[in-house]
Ligand binder design. Structure first.
Ligand SMILES: Nc1ncnc2c1ncn2[C@@H]1O[C@H](COP(=O)(O)OP(=O)(O)OP(=O)(O)O)[C@@H](O)[C@H]1O
Ligand SMILES: [Mg+2]
Length: 631
């Protein structure tokens, strides 16, 4: 019932938003809310801005894109500021087609879809409200009704510039339906909807021979010519092309550069002069954002053709490269999997990250800077702090290439390989190694990878694998050490007792038998060796610890497990070394003893409870780390 209620609520909401009135009433409304007369470009810009802008390190992040597009902040800032913002201020860029150029599945369509869905929602808000001449198939701007010779006066009164002239259809309707009385023309609020073909359009070229320009600009309705007597009667024309329908909003032009020239010429005049030619009428004014997208190869071949020069100068190209940050890439995969039919599959921790390391590496260009290799560059880009590098180095690296991220492995390929790994493995659980293996196997089938690239990519798979090995070991260590914090503390107390007796040259007492004995040199060394303390340095290290303990005591503070960083590290490593033996034994023997089994089970429980594994992937991880340790 809940959903039925919601459906009803949303219908009632829409009912309430509706507005209908005469042009005279519309002008009153306009006095109060001048923004309702904004241009299409301005509306898009305000929509993005109204969603919220975060400023971080003098960089802008638009919440409008934030939930869907990851890691492209720089490109999006350029897009919003250089195109939408300028266009909103009626600068010349408004008269250009916006062309998003970028590699396959780099998010171009996603951006366009966000804009479309965003506009649909925005037109239902106060700030994004749109009004049109009632019953007009092109939702014409009511202000077009103002005769050209009075527009200066209108500007003085309202501060609004009117561009474009009344369409032939509305010229006729004004005469026949309203007897020329402009103030009586009915105006209504409209709501953008691609499904209902209001304010949002999509044009995608099909076979150029059969495709008709009518798809773009509408066409004569021959069945009505008899009724109206002439082809040039606007009532005999169907204003149902994508350009007509998208008026006041936006039109997506898919595969624009694949399109036949005759289609492009219409765009030329629309973008430049704000009007296009339809049928046998005077030009029709339109106000809409046109967004196209393409890849680099296609764009290059397009501009290399002299014939396209005029069109070229009317296009603003914005690069939409691949994301170059590993953690953002991981989010992309995560989102794509959630949206797919694989969402029930358990993906072990590190699986997506490992794949992301691989794909980002394929996209990066070899750094020119000294002492940076590709892996370091990747980490720096991802915001990791590396010793000897500063924020500024990252900026310098980014400046080395203007067109980084325009090639490499695309997210869809990775998702396809993950899905094929799932099918092959036939369990609903997949780990980093499964993914890497599948990525590797897929390289042979990838249509656009040269042999040279393939060799490079195989190297990157090896690098990603090494990164995973390290992460896997650390993960097990963490899980182990954590569940053995008690043992860690005991081990440390034991060590400190021995150090004390060693430095003070006293005997220790066996807690069970009460016998006197010497400090346990073997135990102390086994811990100290973990952090590389040599035989010669051991005395200094032990004394330093005693000094630290007495300094703590003087201040009334308790010296504990976390009080000495290097000592803690040594203890953890020692424990992990002990674990190594356990892991090695349990993974290589078929019959681990009871205490070994207990330890392993505790680690597995920890991996499941705290680190996001399931029992399959936790066991796989332990077995794998075991095999790494056995090497
Ligand atoms: N930077 C990104 N942030 C979030 N998702 C992304 C990003 N890049 C790609 N994707 C995801 O990858 C998939 C493919 O993206 P999309 O279809 O938008 O790419 P495209 O550039 O239009 O590709 P094509 O050139 O093949 O048409 C989508 O599911 C999209 O969500
Ligand atoms: Mg696309």
């Amino acid at each position: 019932m809940d959903i039925i209620n919601k459906i009803r609520e949303s219908r009632e909401e829409e009912e309430q938003l509706k507005w209908r009135g005469t042009f005279r009433e519309y002008l009153e409304l306009l006095k109060e809310h001048p923004h309702i007369a904004q241009t299409a470009h301005s509306r898009v810009y305000n929509m993005i801005k109204d969603a919220g802008v975060l400023e971080r390190d003098s960089k802008k992040m638009y919440k409008f894109f934030g939930d869907e597009i990851y890691g492209l902040e720089d490109s999006l800032e350029k897009l919003v500021e250089e195109y939408f913002h300028s266009a909103a201020r009626r600068l010349d860029v408004r008269k250009r087609i916006l062309l998003l150029m970028g590699p396959v599945s780099g998010g171009k369509s996603t951006i366009v879809t966000l804009l479309k869905r965003g506009l649909e929602r925005y037109s239902r808000t106060d700030r994004g409200a749109v009004y049109a001449i009632e019953g007009c198939p092109m939702h014409e701007d009511p202000l077009h009704l103002i005769p050209p010779h009075l527009r200066e006066d209108f500007y003085r009164d309202y501060g609004i510039r009117v561009e474009g002239h009344l369409s032939p259809l509305n010229v006729m309707r004004l005469e026949t339906e309203y007897g020329g009385r402009i103030e009586d023309v009915m105006v209504e609020r409209i709501f953008f909807s691609e499904d209902r073909r209001v304010g949002i359009g999509t044009f995608s070229p099909s076979d150029p021979k059969s495709q008709d320009i009518a798809d773009l600009t509408g066409s004569i309705d021959f069945s009505t010519i008899a009724e109206y007597g002439s082809e040039s009667d606007p009532r005999a024309y169907r204003f149902d092309g994508e350009l007509n329908k998208a008026n006041r909003g936006m039109m997506e032009f898919q595969e624009m550069l694949k399109c036949d020239e005759k289609f492009l010429w219409h765009l030329l005049s629309l973008t430049q002069e704000g009007n296009f030619k339809a049928g046998r009428f005077a030009l029709i004014s339109a106000d809409e954002l046109i967004v196209a997208h393409t890849n680099e190869a296609e764009y290059k071949s397009f501009i290399s053709n002299k014939k396209n020069e005029a069109l070229h100068s009317r296009i603003i190209v914005m690069n939409i490269p691949y994301n170059l940050r590993v953690s953002e890439e991981e989010r992309i995969y995560d989102k794509m999997i959630r949206e797919s039919d694989m969402s029930h599959v358990h993906i072990a921790p590190h699986a997506l990250r490992t794949a992301a390391i691989f794909s980002v590496l394929t996209r990066l260009k070899e750094p020119k800077k000294q002492n940076v290799d590709l892996l370091k560059k990747m980490k720096l880009y991802d915001g990791e702090e590396l010793e000897g590098f500063k924020e500024q180095d990252v900026d310098e690296l980014k400046k080395e290439y203007a067109d980084e991220g325009m090639d490499g492995i695309d997210p869809r390929y990775v998702i396809n390989r993950i899905s094929s790994a799932i099918i092959r493995k036939d369990v609903a659980s997949i780990n980093a190694l499964d993914v890497l293996r599948s990525l590797k196997d897929g390289l042979d089938q990838h249509p656009s990878i040269s042999n040279e690239d393939k060799d490079r990519y195989l190297d990157f798979i090896a690098i990603a694998r090494k990164e995973y090995d390290e992460a896997a070991k650390k993960e097990v260590q963490k899980a182990f050490v954590y569940s053995y914090e008690e043992s860690a503390k005991t081990l440390m107390d034991n060590y400190l007792d021995n150090v004390e007796s060693y430095c003070n040259k006293t005997k220790m007492r066996d807690p069970l038998t009460g016998e006197e004995m010497n400090p346990d040199e073997k135990l102390m060394r086994s811990i100290e060796e973990q952090i590389g303390i040599s035989e010669n340095a051991k005395r200094a290290f032990r004394e330093e610890i005693l000094i630290r303990i007495s300094a703590y005591a003087r201040k009334g503070k308790k010296f504990d497990y976390n009080s000495h960083e290097r000592l803690r590290e040594a203890i953890q490593k020692k424990l992990f070394a002990d674990l190594k033996d356990v892991v090695k034994i349990t993974t290589s023997t078929k019959t681990p003893d009871e205490s070994q089994l207990k330890k392993i089970n505790e680690v597995i429980a920890r991996l499941i409870d705290e680190h996001g594994y399931n029992s399959v992937s936790a066991n796989e991880l332990l077995r794998y780390v075991g095999s790494l340790l056995n090497r």
